[in-house]
Ligand binder design. Structure first.
Ligand code: PLP
Length: 363
C-alpha cells in the first residue's frame, strides 16, 4: 500500500460539488477581489473563533508581519518566540526589524511558559505564542505574564484553527490572532490565504488599511500599506470548508485517537496533551530516538513521512547573522533530530491508518 504524508485531493473530493459550485459562482460574478465572499468569510470566521473582528489576508506570514506592524514593533524591539517553530513565526519579527528572543519548548512541544520571564528585558515588546501541531500552548500562564509585564501578546494560530485552552479559542487570548489557510492547514484553501482576528478596533482599522495599500477610501492613502488581500475565490472555498469544519475536526481527532490507542511499539513516544489544552491535530508527531532508521522502515513499506522541522530557525543559514551555534537550544535541537510526522489528512481511511499502525508496530 502507498500512503503519502498528505493527500489534499481527498479534502477536495469530500465536498467537490459544493466547492465547484462556489468557485464557478464566484467566477461568474465578475467580482474577484474584496467582495461578498471575503466579507462573508470574515463574519463567519470571527464568530467561529469568538472574536470581535476578522480581516482576510494573503497568507499566514502576512498576518503575522502585519500584526507586528500594527503594534509598531520595529528596530530595537525584542519579541519572545518559541525556538521550536516554523521559520515564518520568526520571519514576521525580523521582517519588522525587531529581534527574536528564543525560548525552549516544554514536553508538549510548545513554548515553555516557565522560561519566559527570565528572557524579558527593557527592550521586550511582545510575546509571540505558536500553538504548534494544533495543540494550544499554556495560555493562562502566558496571558498572565504578558499582562504583568505590559507586553503585547500575539498568537500564531496557523496550526490551531478552533483549538481551545480552557474554554477560550486560540487566537482570542492575545491582542491579535494570526491564521494561515495554506492548503495543508486544518482549515485550508486551494491557494494562499490567511487572516487576523482581534477585539481591538484600532488594530482592526490599521490592519484593514495596511492590507490594501494603506487606504480606507480608494486612492486616499493614509499610511504606508502593502497588498495582502484575500481573494474572492479562496474566500468562497473557505466558506464551504468552514461550514463543514466541525465534521473535519471530529474526523481528525478520531484518526489521532486511533494512532494513540493502537500504536504499541515501545520505541515510539506518542504525543501528550496538556491539561486544559485542546488539540486539533494539525500534525501527528511522534518522537523516535533513531529517527532515520524508523523513517527508512516506513519509506520501504510505502509510507511517506515528514519532519517538522529538521533545522530550527536559530540554526538556519538565514539567521546565521544572529550568531547562534549548535547546543544553544538543546531541547529544540533534540526535537529537530527525533520528531517525525505520521500521515494524517482529511479523508484518510480506516484501512490506510491501520496499515500505517501495523507497519509501525512491526518496527
Ligand atoms: C504555515 C505556518 C505559517 C505561515 O503560513 P503561510 O500561510 O504559509 O504564510 C506560520 N506559522 C506557522 C506555525 C505555520 O505552520
Amino acid at each position: 500500500m502507498k500512503i503519502n504524508p498528505n493527500q489534499l485531493d481527498r479534502g477536495y473530493l469530500k465536498f467537490k460539488n459544493e466547492f465547484d459550485r462556489a468557485v464557478i459562482k464566484t467566477l461568474e460574478s465578475g467580482w474577484y477581489i474584496l467582495g461578498k465572499e471575503v466579507e462573508k468569510f470574515e463574519n463567519h470566521f470571527k464568530e467561529f473563533v469568538g472574536s470581535g473582528y476578522c480581516i482576510g489576508l494573503n497568507s499566514g506570514l502576512d498576518a503575522l508581519i502585519l500584526a507586528f506592524r500594527a503594534l509598531n514593533i520595529s528596530v530595537g524591539d525584542e519579541v519572545i518566540v518559541p525556538a521550536n517553530t516554523y521559520i515564518a513565526s520568526v520571519l514576521s519579527i525580523t521582517e519588522n526589524g525587531a529581534t527574536p528572543v528564543f525560548i525552549e519548548p516544554d514536553e508538549f512541544y510548545n513554548i515553555d511558559a516557565d522560561k519566559i520571564e527570565a528572557a524579558i528585558t527593557e527592550k521586550t515588546k511582545a510575546i509571540l505564542v505558536v500553538h504548534l501541531y494544533g495543540q494550544a500552548a499554556n495560555m493562562k500562564k502566558i496571558r498572565a505574564i504578558a499582562t504583568q509585564h505590559n507586553l503585547f501578546l500575539v498568537e500564531d494560530c496557523a496550526q490551531s484553527h478552533g483549538s481551545k485552552f480552557e474554554d477560550k479559542t486560540t487566537g482570542t487570548w492575545g491582542d491579535i490572532g494570526c491564521f494561515s489557510f495554506y492548503p495543508t492547514k486544518n482549515l485550508g484553501a486551494f491557494g494562499d490565504a490567511g487572516c487576523i482576528v482581534t477585539n481591538n478596533y484600532e488594530i482592526y482599522e490599521k490592519i484593514h488599511m495596511l492590507r490594501n495599500y494603506g487606504s480606507k477610501v480608494k486612492y486616499q492613502n493614509d499610511i504606508l500599506g502593502v497588498n495582502s488581500r484575500l481573494d474572492e475565490i479562496q474566500a468562497a472555498v473557505l466558506n464551504v470548508k468552514l461550514e463543514h469544519y466541525n465534521e473535519l475536526k471530529k474526523e481528525r481527532i478520531s484518526l489521532a485517537e486511533t494512532y494513540l490507542n493502537k500504536i504499541n511499539n515501545k520505541s515510539i513516544i506518542l504525543p501528550e496533551i496538556r491539561e486544559m489544552a485542546d488539540a486539533i491535530w494539525h500534525l501527528f508527531v511522534v518522537k523516535v530516538e533513531n529517527r532515520d532508521k524508523f523513517q527508512e522502515h516506513l519509506t520501504s513499506n510505502g509510507i511517506g513521512t515528514q519532519i517538522h522541522y529538521p533545522i530550527p530557525p536559530h540554526l538556519s543559514k538565514a539567521y546565521g547573522y544572529l550568531g547562534y551555534k549548535k547546543d544553544d537550544f538543546p531541547i529544540t535541537e533534540n526535537y529537530a533530530n527525533t520528531l517525525i510526522s505520521l500521515p494524517l489528512y482529511d479523508g484518510m481511511t480506516e484501512e490506510e491508518i491501520m496499515y500505517v499502525i501495523n507497519v509501525i508496530n512491526r518496527y
